[in-house]
Write a protein that binds this ligand. Structure first.
Ligand code: ZN
Length: 605
């Protein structure tokens, strides 16, 4: 006889009040006490979120008899005096419109399992059935469901019973319900669906065709597409951005005008960004969801789980998300260099890269990267942006030292074969060991410097080998983040303070004061609101020009409010640093051939 299964039922009970009603039927286990717990975090987003705080009421009963429930800690409930099957009922407040949250109103419902489903302790490995019920009333007659849970008996709109093999599976399939826009396209015979919610216009055919090319490119890279179905759950909003990966789907949030508009054919900056986001989350279906750090294997969701490998799971994924755009033909080589140059600029502009290594940044993601404050640029490095550059450097190093015979693609395939396919966790030294193994030469020094060290990598040297010239120059204006150019033009280093303002504000308020800069030495601080520079009123649009007008080497008086106290600082600007990256296509024919192989995903030039 098969194991008794856990039955979950969820219904948008009161959409206006943002309440989901959830019921669990726990089969008789013979135990008189049962513990229920809510996850503290959601896989893929490394921050304690305490989803239990959104549980409004909780009752339990055995048949008609109420069962005593006692809370043991912030996320655990104990039911005592249980005899026979136990029913648990609770409401969840859902008003967090983010890819990791739950959201319900009369326009749609969305949830991630960790936000709504209690785990029954000791029964996490039992199969589950979940019944998704439609909200009551004629207003909701047009609602349908999008999810990658295994379907059972369903209505035409997709309400009804779904199955999951265990609790971890149950909470890895977000659910969207409403009147979303449904599209689909096949990749290697596997149906890929899109569900787009929020007011929007989209050229669905173009979006499907572009995504199909990107997905195919990644399947070719790994040599397999280990899916039965895939779903892109997209929420289009006026202003917002984010993505969260799952084994068989992804939740994305994007700006509605970043979707390809009907009648438009150019790849806008916004659309390119959106495609890169889709590419990133899709790559995760291998890299982090199936090729997983061993420490994630326990599925511990009640506390932080630390790994020094996030640079490999997020950084390598960030490298490939853009690389796959050029390999699939969605952008050209120059378009790729544009993205790469912007990425290099972001890293060069963070002095924190000299304080924190990628291994440390990964380990402390919970308390540093996910909890960034005004000092973040000085104290930490992003395992995404610098991680992507280390992935690039590793790829180019492998290509260079093996004369084109070995690449990062080989490492990804090896990781898939050794760990992902076998459902084995990657040990903390697994990526490095496998890299050495497939390279056939010593890479210890590379990893020591790139992952555990804080020195800059020699990107210019590595890029030159594939026909890409790199240079760093001073920033021209606030909008200048570097990019791909046809020729390097002279840019002079103007007087500079070393501050960044809070964007899109009426007042010129300081967001960050960079370490070891004139502003920091003079005592300016984050939160200070600039009033005047050199006796002239400072605004968000003119402050930079006021600084640049100061004669070289001379001090200038800066007036600013700290809270409500007016303060004066004597600052001597210095020439702006070369912190902006430009890349250009160049090189001898051999280097151009190597670049072609790299950007096409081939091994030998
Ligand atoms: Zn990611």
């Amino acid at each position: 006889m098969s194991e008794p299964i856990l039955h979950y039922r969820i219904q948008p009970a009161v959409p206006e009040a943002h309440l989901f009603a959830v019921e669990i039927e726990v089969p008789d286990t013979g135990a008189s006490e049962l513990r229920l717990s809510m996850p503290a975090w959601i896989p893929g987003s490394y921050m304690i979120r305490d989803f239990a705080r959104n549980l409004v009421t909780l009752d339990a009963a055995c048949g008609d008899r109420p069962v005593a429930v006692r809370k043991l800690d912030k996320q655990t409930w104990q039911c005592s005096g249980v005899s026979g099957p136990l029913s648990v009922r609770y409401d969840v407040y859902a008003w967090d419109l983010s890819v990791r949250g739950a959201h319900l109103d009369p326009t749609h419902g969305y949830f991630n399992g960790p936000c709504v489903f209690l785990a029954v302790q000791g029964m996490e490995t039992r199969p589950c059935e979940v019944e998704i019920r439609a909200p009551g009333g004629a207003d909701y007659a047009g609602w349908k469901v999008a999810t990658t849970l295994e379907p059972g008996e369903l209505t035409e709109g997709g309400f009804g019973r779904y199955r999951a093999c265990d609790y971890a599976d149950l909470i890895d399939h977000p659910v969207e319900m409403g009147e979303f826009n449904a599209l689909s396209f096949p990749v290697r015979g596997v149906e890929h669906r899109l569900a787009i919610t929020g007011r929007h216009r989209v050229d669905g055919e173009r979006l499907g065709a572009d995504l199909a090319r990107i997905c195919e490119q990644q399947a070719r890279l790994f040599g397999t597409l280990p899916l039965r179905r895939y779903l892109f759950l997209i929420t289009a909003v006026g202003d917002g951005y984010g993505g969260l990966e799952h084994r068989d789907c992804t939740s994305l949030m994007c700006q509605r005008d970043h979707l390809p508009q009907p009648g438009q054919s150019a790849v806008t900056e916004g659309y390119r960004r959106f495609l890169a986001l889709c590419s990133h989350e899709y790559f995760h279906l291998w890299n982090v969801k199936r090729i997983r750090p061993a420490v994630f294997a326990e599925n511990a969701l009640d506390r932080e789980v630390h790994t020094r490998l996030l640079w490999a799971f997020e950084g390598i994924t960030s490298y490939y998300d853009e690389l796959c755009l050029v390999r699939s033909g969605c952008i050209d080589q120059k378009g790729y260099l544009q993205l790469l140059a912007e990425g290099i600029t972001r890293v060069v502009r963070s002095p924190g890269r000299f304080k924190q290594s990628l291994a440390e940044s990964s380990f402390d993601a919970w308390t540093k990267f996910y909890k960034q404050d005004e000092n973040a640029p000085n104290a930490l490095v992003s395992y995404y942006t610098k991680g992507a550059l280390v992935a690039l450097a590793l790829d180019l190093t492998l290509r260079q030292r093996s004369a084109g015979a070995r690449t990062l693609d080989d490492l990804m395939r090896a990781l898939w074969q050794r760990y992902g396919q076998e459902e084995k966790g990657v040990p903390e030294d697994g990526v490095e060991r496998l890299a050495r193994e497939i390279a056939g030469f010593d890479l210890r020094e590379f990893f020591e410097r790139a992952v555990r060290g804080t020195e800059d990598l020699d990107l210019a040297g590595l890029l030159a080998g594939v026909g890409v010239e790199m240079r760093l120059r001073p920033q021209r204006d606030d909008a200048d983040n570097g990019g791909a150019v046809d020729a390097f033009e002279a840019v002079s280093a103007k007087p500079w303070l070393g501050i960044r303002l809070v964007p899109k504000q009426v007042e010129p308020a300081i967001a960050h004061v960079l370490a070891d800069t004139p502003a920091q030495r003079a005592g300016l601080s984050a939160g200070d609101s600039l009033v005047a520079i050199g006796g002239l009123r400072a605004t968000p649009s003119n402050w930079r020009a006021l600084v640049e007008a100061v004669p070289p080497g001379e001090p200038v008086e800066v007036c600013a409010f700290r809270r409500d106290e007016l303060m004066t600082f004597r600052v001597t600007p210095r020439p702006a640093p070369a912190d902006t990256c430009e890349l250009r296509l160049a090189g001898e024919s051999e280097a151009v051939a190597r670049r072609g192989a790299w950007l096409a995903g081939a091994t030998t030039p």
